[in-house]
Design a protein around this ligand. Structure first.
Ligand code: IMP
Length: 423
């Protein structure tokens, strides 16, 4: 039995979907425990591209069970659209292979309205959210004003609760001068969605514990990344959930002592979408990657901000996630470069530091200390064995291991399933 948590070591978009998909082969159950459909996981399998937002990528496998855990915020309309799209691509989704926690909270149309209205009001302090209503849904949960998915199995109470929230939120919208959410239409759509989703809704914590007892292997598919974590990330430029490994436990009901391994996924360089400090940001790297047709968001299509590999961030991520291993993706993105830089430390107000400071303002004031490595100048995408990587690419990965204290166990050199090298 082995239960593994996958987390992002940077600001999300590290290629976790692909690594999860790769590791799913030896897994029975794939679990999402935090976030919502703000996530966008791209998986390419047998030449077909699948984009997943809420559904764990294990759904692409015939014999795996996927669980949306209690820590997730679930947009029922978004989920139904995602299910329809995947079914259109030939993927089978049933109440047997997709289970939704009855204590996960719903993301409702008024949450999206609030998300957009708040962002607009922030002006140049905007976070750059995905506009999926994630922050307001978590705020309602913590405020004890949320609606849990279990009510989708109790339509009368669901309707009552919905009407109550719509009345209150519309009153706020009226004050903000924001367009009101249509009550009757929303109630109708959500009640209809409830009918379709109800068979999937269950006590997933009990299911997961029974699966563990039966000797099944669990894989926790992280969403977003360490630096988008509400506690450990670059607050306030973060998402509203715990995206680090601890969140996998609270967001599923599987206790820490039942976790065997944590794998942190990071790109061979760094990217971020949305606002906030980014010490190693580099426009030339961004232009190069965008010209290669890479680094556009799977959820919003936004061009991602790009920069050099920041080992300060990865080292800290290894520490707070308790990562045993690193999976490094997109190594091939650096194929054309004469020289490659790694940030090994920061200087902040004249002092050298080896961890990210706790305020966004201080992080923005950090100056990167770089180490320059010779580029391998070779197309890596056709390589199928780690041993066949050019020595300079291996040296780059070795240096990352030294700087972070974690072993590199997987290397991604392209989007396809077979472009993952085992070390
Ligand atoms: P929210 O999660 O939509 O509230 O957005 C908060 C911040 O997290 C913004 O900077 C988003 O761009 C970022 N974010 C949310 N989900 C993802 C993701 O899956 N990948 C990368 N960034 C994300």
């Amino acid at each position: 039995m082995s239960n593994t948590i996958i987390v992002g070591a940077q600001w999300g978009d590290e290629g976790k979907g692909k690594i999860v998909d790769y590791l799913t082969e030896n897994t029975d159950v794939v679990v999402r425990a935090a976030g919502g459909n703000n996530a966008g996981h791209t998986v390419i399998s047998n030449g077909t591209k699948y984009i997943l937002h809420l559904i764990p990528s294990g759904i692409l496998w015939k014999d795996k069970v996927c669980v949306i855990g209690n820590g997730v915020v679930m947009d029922p309309i978004g989920l139904l659209e995602e299910m329809a799209k995947l079914r259109g691509q030939g993927v089978t989704i049933t109440p047997e292979n997709l289970l939704i926690s009855e204590t996960a909270h719903l993301v409702l149309p008024y949450h999206k309205g609030l998300d957009k209205a708040r962002e607009a009001k922030r002006g140049d302090k905007k976070i750059g959210t995905t506009g999926r209503g994630i922050g307001p849904a978590y705020a309602d949960k913590v405020e004890r004003d949320g609606i849990r998915t279990i009510l989708m199995t109790q339509p009368e109470i669901l309707e009552e609760e919905l009407r109550d929230r719509l009345a209150r939120h519309n009153a706020t919208f009226a004050e903000l001068g924001v367009e009101l959410v249509p009550v009757e239409e929303t109630v109708k759509i959500i009640l209809e969605a409830a009918k379709t989703l109800a068979p999937h809704i269950t006590n997933t914590t009990v299911y997961l514990h029974e699966a563990i007892k039966a000797g099944k292997n669990l894989l926790f598919e992280g969403a977003q990344g360490t630096y988008l974590d509400i506690d450990h990330g670059t607050y306030p430029f973060v998402t509203s959930s715990n995206t680090t490994s601890g969140g996998a436990c609270t967001g599923s009901g599987v206790p820490p002592r039942m976790i065997d391994k944590v794998v942190a996924v990071g790109k061979a360089y760094t990217t971020r979408v949305g606002s906030g400090p980014f010490v190693t940001e580099n426009e030339d790297i961004g232009d190069m990657l965008h010209n290669m047709g890479r680094e556009f968001g799977a959820t919003t299509g936004r061009a991602r901000r790009c920069g050099w590999l920041d080992s300060v961030l990865v080292r800290y991520a290894v520490m707070i996630n308790g990562a045993d291993e690193l999976a490094i993706t997109n190594l091939d993105g650096l194929d054309g470069l004469d020289t490659v830089q790694i940030c090994t430390a920061y200087t902040l107000r004249g002092k050298t530091i080896h961890y990210p400071p706790s305020t966004a303002a201080d992080l923005a004031a950090c100056v990167p200390v770089y180490e320059t490595h010779q580029g391998w100048k070779q197309d890596l995408s056709g390589i199928r064995k780690f041993a066949d990587l050019p020595p300079l690419a291996k040296a780059y990965l070795k240096r990352l291991e030294e700087l972070t204290g974690a072993r590199v166990s997987l290397v991604g050199i392209g989007p396809d399933r077979e472009q993952t090298l085992v070390v």
